[in-house]
Design a protein around this ligand. Structure first.
Ligand code: CP3
Length: 343
């Protein structure tokens, strides 16, 4: 299968001359051609129009030469057909007006099919697959049960997850029911993305690093594992991502994922030792490095590559999304440095 996209070969841990590279939040945020579209359309409008979503998905492939495209959507989109009013407030972040305040509110979750409501997302997948250059893979994604639940319970951006933790500790059974429903619906949504043509699936548990390892194992891991179990038949590789997860790596690995995403708070080689060589690793440059002068960006890219040590299964990425302040030229320096590696 030498013709497979580099990203898929890395997920299968085949030896490669260099790792594939893509960047979280590569679509949106930093590209002028995205900002131009955003002057005319809201985020939700872009997501609701397959042609626009496909165009924005393809922009970083053209401009940056990355080895994978990530579908333009948002982890919070599927919460809308589940009955929640999601608003993206400029400069603030996502707000859910009818947030979950207690166990009784879990009944607010509707059973309508996510797939029907998000038809443009699946159409965008089909358009992108028809337009991607050979060798470039399309990644689909969803939020993991804990991260989705934290948005549903907080209702607004939070740093300490006070409401989520209060709910988790005082109503553990109801919290478990909520995560179980989210896990089931997320697995359905991801299976539908794979059926539409997504070639790899990333589960974003962006905020799970807020939890102690024991709480993760008790309250979260079974539900995240249920998502991965639900994807077993989808026949596409899976990536499992979180930030500040230095205390959770083994538990996240046990929950599932062919590739585990790690951030810059832990050296890549140390993370890989703990996770084990039977999984791939994605990461882990600090997005803040892209604000540095070129020589420092190149030095740090080389450092991450050295920590990966050419082991099969490395996917070069940032440890979290691109910062909006990042100059496009800095992103190009990063991609070109990875591409020049081993060549
Ligand atoms: O390049 C890509 O990553 C494409 C698509 C994408 C978006 N959101 C579009 C978006 C992806 C993969 C996401 C995932 C997402 N959304 C996550 C997980 C990744 C992570 O960063 O941890 C999370 C936590 C969200 C929730 C979310 N959506 C937040 C917190 C915000 C507001 C602030 C911000 O910019 O991050 C959003 C809005 C959002 N989603 C934007 C984009 C491009 C903002 C820009 C805009 O309004 O145009």
């Amino acid at each position: 299968m030498a013709g497979d996209a580099l990203l898929l070969q890395a997920c299968a841990r085949r030896p490669l001359p260099r790792p594939p590279v893509w960047l979280m939040r590569q679509a949106g945020r930093v590209l002028p051609e995205y900002r131009d579209i955003r002057t005319r359309h809201t985020l939700l409008e872009i997501c609701a129009h397959a042609e626009l979503a496909a165009e924005v998905t393809l922009q970083p492939v053209r401009r940056l030469g990355v080895d994978a495209a990530i579908l333009f959507a948002d982890i919070l989109l599927p919460l809308i057909p589940l009955g929640f009013s999601v608003r993206f407030v400029a400069g603030e972040g996502p707000v859910i007006d009818n947030r979950i305040e207690g166990p009784a509110d879990i009944a607010k979750l509707r059973d309508g099919a996510i797939e029907d409501a998000l038809a443009p997302t699946f159409e965008a997948i089909r358009i992108v697959r028809g337009a991607l250059p050979p060798g470039v893979a399309l990644i689909g994604f969803a939020g993991a049960p804990f991260t989705l639940a934290s948005y549903l319970i907080e209702g607004e951006p939070s740093r300490s997850f006070i409401r989520t933790k209060r709910f988790m500790y005082s109503e553990p059974a109801a919290f478990g029911r909520l995560l179980a429903v989210l896990a089931q619906r997320t697995a359905e949504y991801l299976r539908a993305q794979a059926a539409a043509g997504a070639q790899a699936l990333q589960l974003f548990d962006s905020w799970v690093g807020a939890l102690a390892p024991e709480d993760y194992r008790v309250h979260v891991q079974p539900h995240t594992a249920a998502v991965f179990e639900g994807l077993a038949g989808a026949a596409v590789p899976t990536l499992h991502f979180g930030t500040a997860t230095g205390g959770l790596l083994e538990a996240m690995r046990d929950a599932g994922g062919d590739v585990i995403g790690v951030d810059w708070r832990i050296p890549l080689d140390e993370a890989w030792r703990r996770i084990g060589s039977d999984r791939g690793i994605q990461g882990n440059l600090d997005p803040g490095v892209l604000l540095a002068p070129v020589a420092e960006i190149e030095r740090q890219v080389d450092r991450v590559l050295a920590e990966a040590g050419g082991r099969p299964g490395h996917i070069f990425n940032l440890g979290h999304g691109l910062l909006p302040e990042t100059p496009v030229d800095a992103v190009r320096v990063l991609v070109e440095r990875v591409h020049a590696h081993g060549g």
